[in-house]
Design a protein around this ligand. Structure first.
Ligand code: NAD
Length: 480
């Protein structure tokens, strides 16, 4: 049984609308190339209405007591629980990931909403003991103001929810522009919040030409904060736009996660876990392990086990039973994968499995493993963001750490080892915002998620993910 695809509309000031531009873009199923619906694009006048609504919505929401905010957000979480199945199916339709992954992503997103609903009640300030009698120094934590959020297509639920839940939990209003390629989940999340009683204007959802929408919204003085998830290049561009009105930014950008595997580790387990993490969402994950550096004595064992995992994957339409890897988001990504493979081969790498697109319908690329990949190959330097895994040998701990740290990115990194000295050197020495040692799990609703260096700054998740939507004021009060 298939449920209907989500009706595609903009949400402005509590009303669902097609906007005034008269323009639409088709939303495609990347597994078939077929159109799922026509997405309306906002005109500048629609964006101005969203800004005015967010300004009014902020005044309402900031004054709503946190316990009342929690009641509404918790109500939305319950509605999303009830609606999870059709939302997950539509997420698979427009994004492509297997239904089990879409389901798990939605559950994670609902957890994020519940976590920030609760945590919003604990946005504590503090009293600082004064130097003179009768003086009271109060540090106040307040919502920063209306927020602008722009997010990529790879996690249509999580990318949206991390921003929406954090902003709403802190008492901010928000205008979010989800990806035009994967709009259904954000719309479904917004409907649940609206149905749960979120006041008009507190959440606005717009779509449009990404560069036009972000330039128009960021130029307005109404919003006080920009939060973006996507590529490094776009993140840097948005930070420049935000400078003119001095908006704060949170930038969740790309990475190129090294995986260091030492010979004393459980090498087969390392291969199994890191292959699962690598090929999740067809490798289109910002924290995906993407450079496999293996101690020379273990490289054969690791590679054999990793290739076996890649070959066991079943690639197909994410709604089909038994499928464990879906398509890439679009044709443009197939061309990028082909370039990575041919460039690596021209640098002496061997294609151990996969290496090419599958079929001539849909954007499928075979799970690919490359051996003997040298650091000069493009795939060792640019984020692959796809199902291609390069493996390379190392000889010493120092070499492994130096090579792990050689890129400007610093989002995620992983390592597998047993020796206590190695473990300490890794946890102290790897330059990344999130380091997983003997565990690929580095993202939960309650822990900070964010990068360093070119991977951006400002965490989402945990108390840090609330903090970024606050501002601090000091009130000093002398007894009259
Ligand atoms: P892209 O940079 O063109 O787009 C990434 C996202 O940013 C898209 O959703 C797009 O709509 C949005 N975007 C683009 N220009 C924008 C602008 N001026 N203002 C606001 N939003 C804008 O890349 P792509 O081809 O869609 O994806 C491939 C690359 O993007 C990958 O190589 C990867 O590095 C990066 N990416 C990173 C993440 C992440 O989670 N950090 C997610 C998706 C993509």
């Amino acid at each position: 049984m298939t449920n209907p695809y989500e009706p595609l509309e903009l949400l402005i000031d509590g009303a669902w609308t097609a906007g005034t531009s008269g323009r639409t873009v088709p939303v495609l199923d990347p597994a078939t190339g077929q159109a799922l619906g026509a997405l309306p694009l906002a005109a500048p006048a629609d964006l101005d209405r969203a800004l005015a609504a967010a300004e009014r919505g902020f005044q309402t929401w900031r004054k709503t007591p946190p316990i009342e905010r929690q009641r509404i957000l918790e109500g939305a979480a319950r509605l999303l629980d009830e609606r999870l199945e059709p939302i997950a199916r539509n997420l698979t339709r427009d994004m492509g990931k297997p239904l089990a992954e879409a389901w798990a992503e939605m559950q994670f997103a609902i957890d994020v909403l519940r976590w920030y609903a609760e945590e919003g009640k604990r946005m504590y300030g503090r009293i600082v003991p004064a130097r003179v009698q009768g003086l009271r120094q109060m540090v106040m934590k307040e919502p920063v103001g209306p927020v602008l959020a722009f997010v990529a297509w790879n996690f249509p639920a999580n990318n949206v929810m991390r921003k929406v839940a954090g902003a709403l939990g802190a008492g901010c209003s928000i205008i979010i522009k989800p990806s035009e390629e994967t709009p259904s989940t954000a719309i479904a999340i917004a409907r649940a919040l609206q149905d749960a009683g979120l006041p008009d204007g507190v959440l606005n959802v717009v779509f449009g030409d990404p560069a036009e929408v972000s330039a128009h919204l960021i130029a307005s003085p109404v919003a006080k904060k920009v939060s973006f998830t996507g590529s490094v290049e776009v993140g840097k561009h948005l930070q420049k736009l935000a400078a003119d009105t001095l908006k704060r930014c949170t930038l969740e950008l790309g990475g190129h996660a090294p995986v260091l595997v030492f010979a004393d580790a459980d090498v087969e387990r390392a291969a199994k876990q890191s292959a699962a993490a690598k090929f999740r969402n067809a490798g289109q994950v910002c924290i995906a392990p993407s450079r496999f550096l293996v101690e020379r004595a273990a490289v054969g064992r690791f590679t054999d086990a990793f290739v076996a995992e890649a070959e066991a994957l079943r690639v197909g339409h994410g709604l089909d039973d038994g499928v464990t890897m879906g398509p890439l988001i679009g044709e443009r990504r197939i061309a990028v994968m082909e370039d990575f493979v041919s460039d690596a081969v021209s640098h002496g790498a061997k294609v151990l499995t996969g290496g090419a697109r599958i079929g001539n319908q849909g954007c499928f690329f075979a799970p690919t493993v490359l051996g003997d990949v040298i650091d000069a190959a493009r795939i060792m330097n640019e984020e692959p963001f796809g199902p291609v895994a390069p493996i390379s040998a190392f000889d010493t701990l120092d070499e492994a750490i130096t090579r792990a740290n050689r890129l400007p990115f610093g989002l995620a990194a992983y390592a597998f080892a047993r020796d206590a000295g190695t473990l300490r050197a890794l946890s102290d020495g790897i330059e990344a915002g999130m380091v997983g040692i003997n565990s690929p799990v580095i993202s939960t609703p309650e822990t900070p998620f964010g990068g360093i260096g070119d991977s951006g700054y400002g965490s989402e998740g945990g108390i840090e993910g609330l903090e970024v939507f606050t501002r601090t004021r000091l009130v000093t009060e002398m007894q009259g």
